[in-house]
Design a protein around this ligand. Structure first.
Ligand SMILES: [Mn+2]
Length: 424
């Protein structure tokens, strides 16, 4: 019987626009912007290097309608490399690149097969005994379960179901398109479900295999950790190995720095530096994009919240010194509390205690929020677009999003810290 290998990728989102990059170093912004293409080039290089017998892209190859033809030409160029090596590619379109979304399709090299969007379609690879079943999205929002219409498994073949699905709404970050249950999949009689849509790498079932490779490249701070695809080896219709392969060139990290008990800002900076150092030692030369969140009751609280700009740049300076990797501190969020905690201030009988109690209630005070909204909302509307699109400051972002309750929550510790300078 035959043995073969394939790469299963999904959610590549080529040339997706990245928000929050304006105002950062040009070179960094360019590397982050180009990351999905670079990760895709890594995938193709690995496919050629193995070489694999075929490649599956289980939806959202593109992020949406192209600005121009360059995105499509880049993809065609990469596919051409696989064609020269006789490696077929099976592409399924998902919600981001549904038939109705991509308005400028280009002819693709002959090795690329795209699953039909009107009905399930089967591609067979007779030489190795594999059958791939799939249906692309016709519209962005597919609410029907597509699995029941997928054909029965082919006997004497390794059957792969290719599907873009929210499964059963298991991940609140992703719309539950083409919903189905795990049982729908495992009872179909296929050997491997090559899924796409949910951006987190996960193996939901073994024999039959139900797999989300996650996206190829993290695009923002909610898509942290290693990203890539699965390299699958099959022998005699059995999966012999399923290896996650990292293809990302920029890796997002969300680092929580406990500052409890630290009295001085330089101690907090040093702790952040150690965390970055540790992360860098595992980055394998990638650019690390880090968000740093400082929390805990600490003596440094007042100075941290009063001069966040200075703290951010101190952390950035330390990040430059990490050495083994390029570390870019995307943002620093200070969520610390005064050493005795807000509760202690709340109990005070002076004006500060009164202010703390007022601020505690502010986020729920509709009338107050309406008043704030009139002034702050008007100011936010007048901000130049460059600033609106790249605010980078949680308070400013809340104002722009007209979330005045969140704004009140952000402002409260800052106000109290400013008023307690003399007590430090
Ligand atoms: Mn999707």
């Amino acid at each position: 019987m035959s043995a073969f290998r394939f790469l299963h990728a999904a959610d590549i989102h080529l040339d997706s626009p990245l928000r929050g990059l304006a105002g950062h170093e040009r070179e960094i912004a360019e590397r982050v912007r180009r990351a999905p293409r670079a990760a895709f080039e890594n995938l193709i290089a690995r496919a050629l290097d193995e070489p694999v017998d075929f490649v599956i892209i289980a939806g959202d190859l593109y992020d949406g309608s192209w600005k121009d033809y360059r995105t499509g030409l880049f993809f065609a160029e990469q596919m051409g490399k696989l064609r020269a090596a006789d490696i077929p590619v099976f592409v399924l379109h998902g919600n981001h690149d549904a038939e109705s979304v991509i308005t400028k399709p280009l002819p693709l090299p002959k090795n690329v097969q795209v699953f039909d969007a009107r009905k399930p379609e089967t591609f067979t690879l007779g030489r190795i005994g594999a059958a791939l079943h799939g249906q692309s999205f016709r519209e962005k929002a597919v609410h029907a379960n597509l699995v029941p219409d997928y054909p029965s498994p082919r006997p004497d073949s390794f059957n792969i179901g290719v599907l873009h699905t929210g499964l059963g709404g298991v991940d609140p970050e992703h719309d539950n398109y083409a919903p189905c249950s795990l049982l729908d999949l495992t009872s179909k009689g296929y050997d491997y479900w090559a899924l796409g849509h949910i951006h987190r790498r996960q193996v939901l079932h073994e024999r039959p295999w139900v797999v989300f490779p996650g996206n190829l490249q993290g695009r923002h701070v909610r898509e942290t950790g290693p990203k890539g695809a699965f390299l699958v080896s099959v022998e005699d219709c059995e999966v012999e190995s399923l290896e996650p392969v990292d293809f990302d060139v920029v890796r997002w990290l969300d680092l929580s720095i406990p500052a409890k008990g630290l009295d001085r800002v330089d101690q907090v900076v040093e702790r952040a530096g150690s965390a970055l150092e540790e992360a860098a030692s595992e980055s394998d030369g990638r650019l690390l994009a880090c968000r740093i969140r400082v929390k805990g009751r600490c003596g440094a609280h007042g100075r941290l919240v009063r001069d966040p700009e200075r703290f951010l740049n101190e952390v950035r300076a330390v990040a430059l010194d990490v050495g083994q990797a390029d570390v870019w501190v995307e943002r620093v969020e200070v969520n610390t509390e005064p050493p005795r905690g807000a509760a202690a201030i709340r109990r005070r009988r002076d004006a500060l205690g009164e202010l703390q109690r007022f601020l505690d209630e502010a986020p729920a005070d509709e009338e107050l929020l309406t008043e704030i909204g009139k002034d702050v909302g008007r100011m936010a509307d007048r901000l130049p677009p460059e600033l609106r699109n790249a605010a980078g400051d949680p308070g400013l972002e809340a104002a722009i999003a007209r979330d005045f309750a969140a704004l009140a929550k952000r402002v409260a510790p800052l106000l109290v810290a400013r008023l307690t300078v003399s007590e430090e």
